[in-house]
Design a protein around this ligand. Structure first.
Ligand SMILES: NC(=O)c1ccc[n+]([C@@H]2O[C@H](COP(=O)([O-])OP(=O)(O)OC[C@H]3O[C@@H](n4cnc5c(N)ncnc54)[C@H](O)[C@@H]3O)[C@@H](O)[C@H]2O)c1
Length: 252
């Protein structure tokens, strides 16, 4: 059994993780943390991490970047593995994740869905083959409540593609601000926000007279919750280090 503390427990993803955990026998949500606590759960919800008194095996964080440093400090001080799912983190926060992971197991993925991590693998393969003759553009769509743009997943896909290209691509987010033709060594990244779209990512390889599009659509937030719970179970007995979906998929 893995005893879990959920940070951001009263938000959309926090609630989804609680629901997903109810259907499993390998996890137990023992406490929550949120600045706006609600009482619709059957475990204590704290407004300060220092108030948590339960025995915690792993933390799952779906909150806000303003909370990430405190969660990482709490994980490091108490040697508790942490699954960081919050997106929109700064470069300094990513560096902090790396440094804390030297002593404490940390799992970090901008997208906890198995399907998205599979398309990352597919587009890396496509990019290697197509890079000389195709332009690469990424389009992501999310609900109208999402704060950050582009999505952490769109950036993770762009970074994964960059890793396999022979050249260093330039990311273009704001095409309307420059009046010039598209450079061959660009990756365009575009965000659409509306309604209740859970999350859609398309990678377009546009060549001469042909277009290849690789697309992932999440139709429920549960895919992220299931991935986060599996990551928490995986981290409980892991050695200190930085883990991603790659290691989780390999361990299945
Ligand atoms: N990695 C993934 O697969 C994945 C999937 C979905 C969402 N996310 C990310 O997870 C985060 C949360 O998403 P959501 O849709 O649940 O958002 P949400 O706004 O519904 O929930 C966030 C919760 O965090 C709480 N919170 C905000 N600031 C806080 C603070 N300083 N201290 C404590 N609690 C705080 C809020 O009160 C709220 O209950 C976002 O960054 C989102 O992009 C990641």
């Amino acid at each position: 059994m893995t005893n879990i503390l959920i940070c951001g427990v009263c938000g959309n993803m926090g609630h989804t993780v609680v629901r997903a955990a109810n259907g499993r026998c390998d996890v137990n949500i023992v406490a929550g943390f949120d600045i706006k606590p609600s009482s619709d759960v059957d475990f204590p919800v704290y407004t300060e991490l220092s108030q948590v008194s339960e025995q915690i095996d792993a933390i799952i964080d779906f909150s806000h970047p303003s909370m990430t440093d405190a969660i990482l400090d709490y994980a490091a001080e108490n040697h508790i593995p942490a699954v960081i799912c919050t997106t929109g983190l700064s470069g300094e926060q990513i560096a902090k994740i790396n440094s804390v992971s030297e002593e404490t197991p940390i799992f970090f993925s901008a997208n906890m869905s198995l399907g998205v991590n599979l398309i990352i693998d597919l587009v890396q393969r496509a990019a290697k083959i197509l890079e000389d003759n195709f332009d690469i553009e990424i389009v992501e769509k999310h609900h109208n409540q999402k704060l950050d743009a582009p999505s952490g997943t769109a950036l993770a896909i762009a970074d994964a593609i960059s890793d396999v290209l022979k050249y260093e691509p330039e990311y273009t987010y704001d095409r309307h601000s420059i009046r010039k033709k598209r450079d061959k060594h660009e990756i365009g990244i575009h965000s659409v926000r509306g309604g209740t779209i859970v999350g859609e990512h398309s990678v377009i390889f546009a060549g001469r007279d042909e277009v290849i599009e690789v697309k992932h659509t999440a139709s429920s937030k549960e895919v992220f919750a299931v991935g986060a719970l599996s990551a928490a179970v995986f981290l409980k007995d892991a050695k200190p280090g930085l883990y991603t979906m790659k290691e989780l998929i390999a361990a299945q």
